[in-house]
Design a protein around this ligand. Structure first.
Ligand code: ZN
Length: 260
């Protein structure tokens, strides 16, 4: 069938095609544009709040596995092995690994690539970081970031001393938390720099290294001036303003796992 368009129809057809093109019909963003879009989502989400401890809450078995791992870390300073978890839960090796896979896909833990070795178990890091947490019995653990360091005592209902540093001048920053409250701090104007949580990549590799303490507003401003790209991807809050929200979120995570 031949369709012959008159001049008016041709103009209308051209206008329609142009309108669809302008509306982005059939348009696919490039990888870089998608990354920028993800960064924006990351920023817009929780703009004034702490990053969520979890993207998707764990199911019952995952929560039990997490609780067991956390208890082992708190009691012995190390994570249980796969074999130990098989015995404890009466599960096959495959089922234990499948549960860890699921927890990793929910960004609740992170393993060394190609192994079952736990590197991070939010809020803990199994390898040293600049955020050290001292328990009352003198033992110490590491937190993934400044927010995790503050969330940990609430999540596990522990009294702790956080020893970290100013990201700008590297001066030691000490914060004591007892019964879920900040009872002392080495710098009266302590600030926190927060970066949002990514939509897909593991927090351990993306957000966590960027969430830090600063000894003063002056030092966070100096750091921002020297790191304009990082400054665009986050925001700052005084410690006292950030803490209530961190308490709420990490406290809720502790409740979900039945570990508080
Ligand atoms: Zn400083």
């Amino acid at each position: 069938m031949n369709i012959i368009l008159n001049r008016k129809d041709q103009i209308l057809m051209i206008l329609l095609v142009m309108t669809l093109a302008c509306l982005g019909y059939g348009y696919k963003p490039s990888h870089k544009e998608r990354q920028m879009c993800d960064q924006k989502k990351c920023l817009n989400k929780n703009k004034t709040e702490a990053p969520e401890p979890y993207r998707d809450p764990p199911n019952q078995l995952e929560a039990e596995v997490l609780r067991h791992i956390f208890k082992t870390v708190l009691e012995s300073g190390r994570a249980p092995t796969i074999r130990e978890m098989e015995v404890f839960f009466k599960l096959s090796e495959n089922d234990v690994i499948a549960t860890l896979d699921e927890l990793e896909s929910k960004d609740l833990l992170f393993r060394k690539k190609g192994t079952q070795e736990l590197i991070s178990l939010y809020p803990f890091s199994m390898i040293p970081t600049k955020h050290k947490i001292f328990l009352e019995d003198g033992r110490s653990l590491y937190a993934m970031c400044a927010v995790d360091a503050l969330g940990m005592p609430v999540m596990f209902n522990r009294n702790v001393k956080i020893v970290s540093q100013c990201e700008w001048c590297k001066q030691e920053i000490v914060i004591e938390i007892k019964k879920g409250e900040i009872v002392s701090k080495s710098h009266k104007d302590t600030m926190i720099w927060k970066a949002g949580r990514p939509e897909s990549a593991p927090s351990a590799e993306t957000c966590c290294p960027k969430i830090n303490f600063f000894c003063s507003k002056k030092h966070i401003e100096e750091w921002k001036a020297w790191n304009p790209d990082l400054a665009k991807a986050g925001f700052s809050l005084p410690l006292e303003r950030a803490f209530p929200d961190i308490k709420k979120r990490w406290g809720a995570y502790g409740e979900i796992l039945g570990i508080r």
